[in-house]
Design a protein around this ligand. Structure first.
Ligand code: NAP
Ligand code: GDD
Length: 326
């Protein structure tokens, strides 16, 4: 019989790919949904999985520990992937307290429920390169032992979650692994994150549906990989014989300006005619550069990404071109 997994944040970008990945491996997958007034909006990323008997959805919320207890008891999950979070860095400056509660305390609620109900389950925590802030090692990379100095409420909340996971691992001998994932994208990315915003607007401008793209800081650099490659990394971390922390990244970074130029080249347009910047997309404190060294992950778990930045951005721009011409 296949294993059973529970995914928090199953209807998010990563949750939807992870659910597909685990179902293909023969898992029964339980997922939690936080109640939304328009149910259809909430499940569009996983609607294609709704009829599979291997998928079970339950209403629950990281802020409502009783609901987590209920789902853990019902699912009897052997692997738990904690992907739920208020995950938008810019918005975390508008809603710092909610971000700290859901992304930070929400993780502790789940850990405490796991400790009491199913301490033998393996636990994956969605940690983030945003935790490093502007600390960079002398060779230009961030890695597992790079000091953490977060520069956003979201980053601060993720550092709390990362540390409490390590504390629970050490204190209670639980199998808890942190995946310190660098930015990862896909056509399923929320369109208020920069890659999908640029891919979508480049396609809309090409098709005559829009005539401008307004951005914030285009000088920042990020190490962008594909979410499909990164959910496989999450699974690999829980198949390892020892709980540990791993950086997952491509090791290649580009500026937001390069991303803009690349997407507009795909649609054969000159970005200078359409792109401007506005203060509302700037952050009170910016994380300037991210580039990850995932040597530990690659050598210990044999992980390797299939996508490049270029193949991913081609997929995303073409997704939107097809979407608007169907
Ligand atoms: P996402 O698309 O924003 O998905 C977040 C998910 O969390 C959504 O399903 C959301 O549900 C759910 N959620 C939010 N608050 C919740 C709560 N209080 N209780 C239950 N569910 C809640 O994020 P993602 O890109 O898939 O990322 C997955 C995880 O990895 C997040 O923790 C993120 O912070 C982390 N991470 C992401 C990246 C990246 O580049 N993508 C990199 C490093 C770490 P609704 O949609 O219904 O609100
Ligand atoms: N979202 C957005 N919108 N970002 C913009 C824009 C814009 O209009 N213009 C410039 N940027 C810049 C941001 O200032 C940032 O430097 C960079 O583009 C990337 O922004 P996002 O795509 O919003 O991602 P992020 O790096 O802040 O956060 C993502 O990656 C983290 C991992 O490092 C999120 O997925 C986090 O949840 C994740 O932990």
């Amino acid at each position: 019989m296949g294993k059973t997994a529970l995914i928090t944040g199953i209807n998010g970008q990563d949750g939807s790919y992870l659910a597909e990945f685990l179902i293909n491996k023969g898992y029964t997958v339980w997922g939690i949904l936080k109640r939304n007034s328009v149910a259809e909006n909430q499940t569009f990323r996983i609607d294609h999985l709704r009829n599979t008997p291997q998928l079970q959805l339950e209403y629950a919320d990281l802020l409502d520990m009783a609901s987590l207890v209920r789902v853990l008891q019902k699912s009897k999950a052997e692997e738990i992937y904690n992907l739920a979070a208020q995950s938008h860095v810019r918005i975390s400056f508008d809603q710092p307290i909610y971000t700290a509660q859901s992304t930070g305390i929400g993780t502790l609620n789940l850990l405490e429920a796991v400790r009491l109900i199913c301490p033998e389950a393996k636990f994956y925590q969605a940690s983030s390169s945003e935790m490093f802030g502007n600390n960079i090692d002398a060779d230009g990379f961030q890695r597992e032992n790079t000091p953490m100095n977060p520069v956003s409420p979201y980053g601060c909340a993720k550092v709390f979650a990362y540390n409490i996971c390590r504390n629970y691992r050490n204190s209670y001998n639980l199998f808890i692994s942190n995946g310190i994932l660098f930015n990862h994208e896909s056509p399923r990315r929320g369109s208020n994150f920069v890659t999908n915003k640029v891919a979508k607007e480049a396609a809309r401008i090409k098709l005559g549906l829009s005539d401008k793209l307004v951005l914030g800081n285009t000088q920042a650099t990020r190490d962008w990989g594909h979410a499909k490659d990164y959910v496989e990394a999450m699974w690999m971390m829980l198949q390892h014989d020892k709980a540990d922390d791993f950086v997952c990244a491509t090791g290649v970074s580009h500026s937001v300006q390069y991303l803009v130029d690349y997407c507009f080249k795909i649609v054969d347009l000159d970005p200078a005619q359409y792109v401007s910047s506005a203060a509302r997309y700037m952050r009170p404190e910016e994380l300037h550069d991210l580039k990850g060294d995932s040597s530990k992950m690659r050598s210990t778990l044999n992980w390797q990404p299939a996508y490049t930045f270029e193949s991913m951005m081609e997929e995303m721009v073409h997704y939107w071109l097809d979407f608007y011409t169907k």
